[in-house]
Design a protein around this ligand. Structure first.
Ligand SMILES: [Zn+2]
Length: 146
């Protein structure tokens, strides 16, 4: 979680780039009804800068679970891999939806490791997704496949 003041312009930019969605679990802010946070992708404690390329929008849960993690083991290969970098990488290259949007599945070592590290299929969130799917609000479309 950020300790540094983040200028309004950078905040606004993160909202635009990530379309008011959590850059990790893809939950939109309007569904949650609570303001999202700005995450330092590389934490400040590891000299991550407060610049657009190191900031993303994140829901409170993803941001706090992520903490200062930047790498973790891919559960499949047991190799240490970097976590998903929402600014430099595309979500749909590393993740996909399964069971009509109930679960996030990793397509790459980084995708699988990030799902584990940030618990992107945490039970409360999966339960909420069930309702969002019924309402027709979820999952978000892949902007590259339409
Ligand atoms: Zn999230």
């Amino acid at each position: 979680m950020s300790k540094t003041y983040i200028p309004q312009a950078l905040r606004q930019q993160a909202y635009e780039i990530f379309q008011a969605r959590c850059a990790y679990c893809m939950t939109p802010e309007w569904i949650i009804g609570t303001a999202f946070t700005i995450d330092h992708i590389i934490p400040e404690s590891q000299n991550g800068e407060t610049i657009a390329e190191n900031l993303c929008l994140a829901c409170f849960a993803c941001n706090s679970i992520k903490g200062t993690q930047t790498a973790t083991k891919d559960p499949q290969t047991k190799q240490l891999v970097p976590l998903f970098h929402p600014y430099h990488q595309d979500w749909f290259d590393h993740f996909t939806w399964q069971e009509e949007g109930l679960l996030i599945v990793g397509l790459t070592p980084t995708g699988r490791a990030t799902i584990n590290a940030l618990r992107l299929n945490r039970p409360l969130l999966v339960n909420a997704r069930r309702w969002w799917i019924q309402a027709g609000w979820h999952p978000p479309d892949n902007p590259h496949s339409s």
